[in-house]
Design a binder for this molecule. Structure first.
Ligand code: DSN
Length: 478
């Protein structure tokens, strides 16, 4: 039994919890066991460090801290000020940003803060100026009514969902789609790549207030310099959601035209994906939008989570270490090795490969829907998620794609040789699985047939692949 400090910390914490609700203690232990056993290829997940995890489990959770550093609506926030200022300082240094707002609880929240900051800057402030008042409470009922209509009448242009965009970029099922009149730009059907001329054309026609770049399922770099030129050409505010690839920006894999921070007016991100921090969000911007961004709470956010801001400070400090750049480069090397391994075995990949952390497989070539492929892979110990491909005939539920990503396995230490082995395991499952039929014998988009012996054998090989790379080796729960 190990007696290192991490093992002692986690073991003690679980025992303290067990004394109150043993089922929660058991679930925490079971989650570690499950994560240790799975070949996790979910592109948006990672493994935060023990220091990051421990920073979240303490009395910072007890504190209300609405407002921002040094300007709170509650007394006694001096220690919250310390961690929030530290997280913001690390974020600014890491990304070269003038301003960082580290309170958003998630990526959706970070995007909402950004949208409202832009609306406040571009729509509300001019209205207040015109009415010669300082704040919205001073507007007449008629001016307030007119401003509310104006706020609800703005346009956003973002990447289409099936090309890899995100639901929060103005799509109807999300609040952003109800707030904005939205149009989307897709990708070139022949190459799968963003066609910047088409984006410029759409911007000229639609004249959005906000041009959004960023994605959750596009396996290529985006040229943010060109996107900024397009935004400028129509007077749009340029926003980048770098939630998926923030770690690649932090690790200086994406630089120059591919680093969004120098090009965008405002950048949002999550902190838990390739950045490898706690679950949460963050906004970066220049001085022009800083005051509006800092109004995020209570504009759209509930009270800040000081314990998570403490963990953000820890994770961002880790990302500033030289070894993070090496980690970020290995994420991409691994994604490319995985893509090459799949291509050599006959897979069809959207855009034909990757230059970031993710790969999108079009599984229709195997005669499967994304849902069938996802479940067959899961049966075989390989955790992925189904995802639409451009112009997907199977829609967003069944889909025709499988999205895979390498941030998590790279954190565990797997390298390019293991990625090739992973490609072989996936190839085995995908070629050995066939589409099933419903009770009436009609083709099913959900049912599939995979010999349990094959699933078991692949699962065993996947577990063997992970054995030399223990997850949280410093943590033994006993
Ligand atoms: N859930 C995140 C992802 O998987 O990409 C985005 O919301």
């Amino acid at each position: 039994m190990s007696h290192n400090v991490e093992s002692t910390a986690f073991r003690s914490a679980i025992e303290v919890i067990r004394a109150v609700e043993p089922r929660v203690a058991d679930a925490i232990g079971a989650e570690l066991a499950d994560q240790r056993e799975s070949l996790k290829l979910i592109a948006s997940e990672n493994y935060a460090s023990p220091a990051t995890l421990l920073a979240m489990g303490n009395w910072f959770s007890d504190k209300y801290a609405e407002g921002t550093v040094g300007r709170r609506f509650y007394a006694g926030c001096q220690n919250v000020d310390t961690v929030e200022a530290l997280a913001a300082e690390h974020a600014k240094e890491l990304f070269g940003a003038a301003h960082a707002y580290v309170q958003p609880h998630s990526g959706i929240d970070a995007n909402l803060v950004a949208f409202w900051a832009i609306l406040a800057d571009r729509v509300e402030s001019p209205a207040l100026k015109k009415a010669q008042v300082r704040q919205v409470n001073d507007l007449t009922e008629a001016d307030w009514f007119a401003l509310r209509r104006e706020l609800g009448n703005q346009r956003m242009l973002g990447m289409s969902l099936d090309a890899g965009g995100h639901l929060t970029h103005g799509f109807r099922p999300n609040i952003s789609g109800k707030m904005f009149d939205q149009r989307s730009y897709g990708t070139d059907p022949a190459t799968g790549l963003i066609d910047y001329d088409r984006v410029a054309e759409a911007a000229r026609e639609f004249k959005p207030l906000i041009l959004v770049a960023g994605y959750s399922a596009y396996p290529r770099k985006v040229n943010f310099r060109v996107m900024r030129e397009i935004a400028d050409s129509v007077g749009a505010t340029f926003m980048v959601d770098m939630a998926h690839f923030a770690g690649l920006v932090a690790g200086k894999v994406f630089t120059g035209d591919f680093d969004p921070v120098p090009h965008a007016h405002i950048v949002t991100t999550t902190t838990h994906k390739s950045l490898r921090g706690p679950r949460g969000g963050m906004v970066l911007c220049g001085p022009e939008l800083a005051d509006q961004v800092d109004r995020g709470c209570p504009m759209v956010l509930g009270g800040p989570l000081p314990h998570v801001m403490a963990a953000k400070a820890v994770a961002l400090a880790e990302a500033r270490r030289p070894d993070f750049a090496d980690y970020a480069q290995r994420i991409v090397d691994n994604a490319q090795a995985l893509a090459d391994g799949l291509l050599r075995r006959g897979a069809t990949l959207v855009t034909g490969g990757t230059d970031n952390h993710l790969v999108l497989i079009d599984v229709s070539g195997y005669g499967l829907t994304g849902r069938q492929a996802e479940q067959a892979l899961l049966d075989s110990g390989i955790v992925t998620n189904r995802n639409a491909v451009p112009q997907d005939p199977n829609g967003a539920w069944y889909t025709s794609g499988i999205r895979i990503g390498t941030p998590a396995l790279t954190t565990r230490g797997l390298g390019t040789a293991e990625m090739d082995a992973t490609a072989e395991l996936m190839h085995t499952v995908l070629t050995q699985t066939s589409a099933g039929t419903g009770p009436d014998g009609a083709p099913s988009k959900a049912k599939y047939v995979l010999d349990p012996a094959t699933a078991e054998s692949v699962g065993k090989q996947a577990a063997d692949l992970l054995t030399p790379f223990p997850l949280y080796p410093e943590v033994e729960l006993g």
